[in-house]
Design a protein around this ligand. Sequence first.
Ligand code: SF4
Length: 216
Amino acid sequence: VSGRPGARLAVAGTEEAAASCASPAALDAVVRGCVACPELAASRTQVVPGMAPAGARLMFVGEAPGAQEDESSVPFVGRSGQLLDQLLGEAGLSRGDAAVVNVLKCRPPKNRKPRRAEVERCRPWLARQLELVAPQVIVTLGGTAAEWFFGPGARIATLREHVQEYAGTPLVATYHPSAAIRFGPRGAPRAALEADLRRVADLLAAGPTPVRPAQM
Ligand code: SF4
């Protein structure tokens, strides 16, 4: 094993490295050296750990960084991010209330879908972020994030019929803003996203629920 942090992470695996992080800031620093997925480590511009403002009551979980996120290392900065900000505002919420992270911390080449092995290698980073941020409400955006929590074949249309739960924390599963953009302002995903964010605002207004430690 060489002395480079990335090389150590590649060998030791992500679980041990993530478990050693005692704060979101520590995780942010360590994950930036992760090379557990050789193809992604070679093709990315940089790792996009996500953003977790102190005291964030809400955590959005998306799929993976896109081109602009890969360039800036800031999650949700493109059109999807702008729409999310707009809909958050309409629901009486703001980015300042929210941590924003992805299932995968590195951009897949040409924005291809994350591979299952990549998602599993990256899983401990998100699991640890959930523990460290301990949000009042979790919101999954899109199918990849829903599958991370509920397994292969998880269907957003079914999950969003009720508020779900992850380790004692209420979880709202909804569509990715990119789907709302693709289907247009009168499309079903846009209406669902708007309704689900209003539901999130209601959950936050109702106050915290007891949070049990996350299952790793
Ligand atoms: S996607 Fe996740 S596990 Fe893979 S190299 Fe990036 S940070 Fe590491």
